[in-house]
Every structure is written in structure tokens, then in C-alpha cells.
Design a protein around this ligand. Structure first.
Ligand code: NAD
Length: 292
């Protein structure tokens, strides 16, 4: 193996220390503790784990978190009522509705009901629009995590061809919008990419991925990206999380690709830890904005 391992866990730990210090300073200045309300509908085991991780991370950073559990047969109207109550609660600074929601509930309807000022996942249409225009209120957590890994590993994006495989609303599309901006809070080197988005209908995926200086895989298919699909010396960011008989694996065939790429994020321990970390940052940002 020749590729440098981009240790997301270590990067995440450093950022969480920074956030914890910022939270402590915020509490000292305002006598207010940032508070995240998490809404969990039903008993999806993966969602249970994600929410528990988020709550634990909040606690360690000095952020309060409240879990609102609703049964799997909750109606859309009942969930909307809960969201509206949280919107109006001055003690709550950030609201996160854990996805996926049960089939009787339309996700976009719920996400658009969250007060945009408390929308720490940045899923509300207003916040998506602000990201596209390069004046984000909150950066979406997983794409922001990808930016932080690259930035803190001293891998510039400016001028590079970034190929993103996956066009989801939570990873592919927002990341593309972020990396094409002229400037960012991490400076111009962290953005200014030339970005291509691929998806399930892309004709001849390998021809496109071989053009990538930086390849981001956000597909949800175990080891889809193989060594023959990449340019030697490229940087590999693996967002995928797939449960297989061998345990958790990414969308990139780590063992094969690590002999060809310059750098690669592992799964687990790559992008995953950063997602929760950036949620903590957004909760503090929300609390600060609500102090007036
Ligand atoms: P999604 O299912 O919403 O989107 C998957 C995308 O992959 C789609 O746009 C689809 O067009 C594309 N795709 C599917 N098959 C393809 C193929 N053969 N060739 C090219 N493109 C193809 O997924 P998502 O929500 O963006 O998640 C993607 C993966 O990332 C999943 O494994 C998910 O678990 C993981 N994920 C991880 C984190 C994290 O914190 N690390 C956060 C979000 C998602």
C-alpha cells in the first residue's frame, strides 16, 4: 500500500476540541448552553445508533441535547406539530429530524417546516439556496466534513478536477455546489474546483473517474470504485458506508485503490466521524445567531 491514509477520526477529534473550547467560551459570555433537539420517529436500528452518537458527541462538547421519540405510526400532522413546537421553543437552538422517516410522512414537507435559523442539517430549501449562492448560514454536515478533511490534510481543491459520484441532496449535490465557489471560510484553496457529478445514469463511469484529481464516492454500493477506475496519484474520499459480511466497507475498493492513489480515507474512520462533528459546529453557530 502506498497511499497516505487520511485519518478522519484524528481530524474530527481535533475539530471537536476546538468546538468544545468555543462552546465553553460561548457559555461564559452568554450564560446560555447551546441546545440541540433530535427527533427520532420509529425504531430504525441504524437511526438509533446515529442519534445516540450525536447525543454523546453533544454531551462531550458541552452542548445540551434532547431526544424527542415518536412512534413509527406518527402522522405527518403530528410530526409537523412537534417540529413547530421546537421552532418556537427559545431553549432549543438546533433541530435535527433523523432520516429516513416512515413512508406515511413526506420528508421534504417536514424539512421545510423546520425554522431555517435552527436547521443545523442545512436541509431546508432556504439554506440549500444560500449554500448554492455561496453565502451559507449552515454548511451541510457531510460535505463540510469532506472539505475539512481535504483542508486539514493540506490537499488544495483549487484548480483540481473533482469528480463526485452520487447526486444525493445530502452529499453529492451540496458538495458540488460548495467546491465550485470562489471562496470559503477555509480560504480560496479549499474551493475553486472544477467539478463533475456522476450518477446511476452516467454513461461510461470509469472514463470520467479516471479524469479525477480528487474522487469523492457517495454511492452506497460496496467497493464500486476499483483501482482500474482511477488516475494514479489521485486523492480518494470515500463517503460510502456499506454493511457487508466483512463488516463496514466504503464505496471504494480500499485494498486495490490504496496501491494506486496518493491518499485515501478509510471506512470506518474517514468521513463518518466528521459528519457529527460538523453538526456540533452548526449547533453552536445557531445558538450564537439566536443571541441577537
Ligand atoms: P443516495 O442513495 O441518496 O444516492 C446515491 C447516489 O449514487 C445516487 O445519486 C445515484 O445516482 C448514485 N449511484 C447509484 N449507483 C450508481 C452507479 N452504479 N454508478 C454511479 N452512480 C451511482 O445516497 P447518499 O445518501 O448520498 O449516501 C451515499 C453513501 O454515503 C451511502 O453509503 C451512505 O450510507 C453514505 N453516507 C455516509 C455519510 C457519512 O457520514 N459518512 C453521510 C451520508 C451518507
Amino acid at each position: 500500500m502506498t497511499a497516505r491514509i487520511l485519518d478522519g477520526k484524528a481530524i474530527s477529534a481535533r475539530i471537536r476540541e476546538e468546538i468544545a473550547a468555543d462552546v465553553a467560551e460561548f457559555v461564559r459570555l452568554h450564560q446560555v448552553t447551546p441546545c440541540l433537539a433530535a427527533v427520532l420517529v420509529g425504531e430504525d436500528p441504524a437511526s438509533e445508533v446515529y442519534v445516540r452518537n450525536k447525543q454523546r458527541a453533544c454531551e462531550k462538547a458541552g452542548i445540551q441535547s434532547h431526544l424527542h421519540r415518536l412512534p413509527a405510526d406518527t402522522s405527518e400532522a403530528q410530526l409537523l406539530d412537534r417540529v413547530r413546537a421546537l421552532n418556537q421553543d427559545p431553549q432549543v437552538h438546533g433541530i435535527l429530524v433523523q432520516l429516513p422517516l416512515p413512508p406515511q410522512i413526506q420528508e421534504t414537507k417536514i424539512l421545510d417546516a423546520v425554522n431555517p435559523l435552527k436547521d443545523v442539517d442545512a436541509f431546508h430549501a432556504e439554506n440549500v439556496g444560500l449554500v448554492v449562492q455561496g453565502r451559507a448560514r449552515f454548511l451541510p454536515c457531510t460535505p463540510h466534513g469532506v472539505m475539512q478533511i481535504l483542508h486539514r490534510s493540506e490537499i488544495p481543491v483549487a484548480g483540481k478536477h473533482v469528480v463526485i459520484v452520487g447526486r444525493s441532496e445530502i452529499v453529492g449535490k451540496p458538495l458540488a455546489n460548495m467546491l465550485v465557489q470562489r471562496d470559503s471560510h477555509l480560504g480560496p484553496q479549499a474551493v475553486n474546483g472544477t467539478v463533475t457529478i456522476c450518477h446511476s445514469r452516467t454513461a461510461d463511469l470509469p472514463t470520467v473517474t479516471r479524469e479525477a484529481d480528487i474522487l469523492v464516492a457517495a454511492i452506497g454500493q460496496a467497493r464500486l470504485i476499483t483501482a482500474d477506475m482511477i488516475k494514479p496519484g489521485a486523492v480518494m474520499i470515500d463517503v460510502g458506508i456499506n454493511r457487508t459480511e466483512d463488516g463496514l466497507v466504503g464505496d471504494i475498493d480500499f485494498a486495490g485503490v490504496a496501491d494506486v492513489a496518493a491518499a485515501i480515507t478509510p471506512v470506518p474512520g474517514g468521513v463518518g466521524p466528521l459528519t457529527v462533528t460538523m453538526l456540533l459546529r452548526n449547533t453552536l453557530t445557531a445558538a450564537a445567531a439566536q443571541q441577537g
